[in-house]
Design a protein around this ligand. Structure first.
Ligand code: FMN
Length: 248
């Protein structure tokens, strides 16, 4: 295993941070490394808001569902899919009356994927520098308020936040599905994908029991059933439409 792979295999989300600020040069380096991720047609359809202001982080901690580490991390990177900058940059070259497709489902996918790839590159860079990270999908809980608070324009939306900081205590590593469950050769084989799930239920049950000193042992499949049946963030479609996304 080379050093990069070895580092990737060490990933764990960090939710407890040393409060000391991250040098601005480090944050710039982390984001610059994120920018070197591949990007669809070089559109680079994302922006990042680095939130370091304590009062703003406090408000965002509440808006993300009282996630304390959103406040206690030294920096919260809010990764936004952004077709606003792109539309403005291209404006001068689009003839009056000519159709532009920033509002298509495909453009939405491009921007969301671009933001995610850049963010994950940045996460790996941050981890290589000794920082820990935790993605915050909770940024979409009250996304209208978050967007106003951070001044996010139309044709842009916060995909997720990312807490960054030096870990102040070790955290456990969450096991993943066996690679056989996710890797198919040449053709999708549903049985092959499903086979190792039972084994993973046992692995996760043991992991949860160890982590909670026996208090929790819910199988992964049951947790997934709860996830699937929870009406989660159903406001997103209307929010995205109002921002100019997903019109066709
Ligand atoms: C897009 C995304 C959103 C997430 N949102 C949250 C969140 O709001 N709060 C949180 O504590 N963890 C969040 N996580 C972290 C996941 O729970 C975590 O990555 C997963 O359980 C696997 O654990 P690990 O990262 O420690 O390996 C998020 C992860 C991703 C990729």
């Amino acid at each position: 295993m080379n050093e990069v792979v070895a580092q990737l295999m060490q990933h764990r989300s960090v939710r407890s941070f040393d409060p000391s600020p991250i040098p601005e040069a480090d944050l710039r380096e982390i984001v610059a490394a994120g920018q070197m991720a591949s990007t669809s047609s070089n559109v680079q359809a994302y922006s990042v808001v680095a939130v370091t202001d304590p009062a703003l982080k406090r408000e965002l901690a509440v808006l993300t569902g009282n996630q304390a580490y959103v406040e206690t991390c030294p920096a919260l990177l809010v990764w936004c899919a952004d077709l606003n900058r792109l539309s403005r940059a291209a404006e001068a070259h689009i003839a009056p009356g000519e159709e532009a497709y920033a509002d298509s489902a495909e453009s939405f996918i491009v921007a969301t994927v671009d933001a995610s790839l850049a963010a994950q590159n940045a996460a790996v860079a941050a981890e290589s520098m000794g920082y820990g990270i935790c993605y915050i999908g909770g940024i979409r809980n009250r996304i209208e308020e978050v967007s106003s608070l951070l001044g996010i324009p139309s044709l842009a939306y916060p995909v997720f936040g990312m807490c960054v900081g030096l870990p102040d205590q070790p955290s456990g590593q969450r096991p993943r599905l066996p690679v056989e469950a996710v890797l198919h050769w040449n053709r999708y084989d549903a049985e092959r994908g499903h086979g190792p799930v039972g084994e993973y239920d046992e692995t996760m049950t043991r992991y949860l029991q160890a982590r909670t000193e026996g208090r929790k042992s819910t199988p992964w499949t049951k947790i997934m059933a709860e996830w699937l049946t929870r009406p989660n963030r159903l406001h997103m479609m209307e929010y995205l439409n109002n921002r100019g996304f997903l019109k066709r």
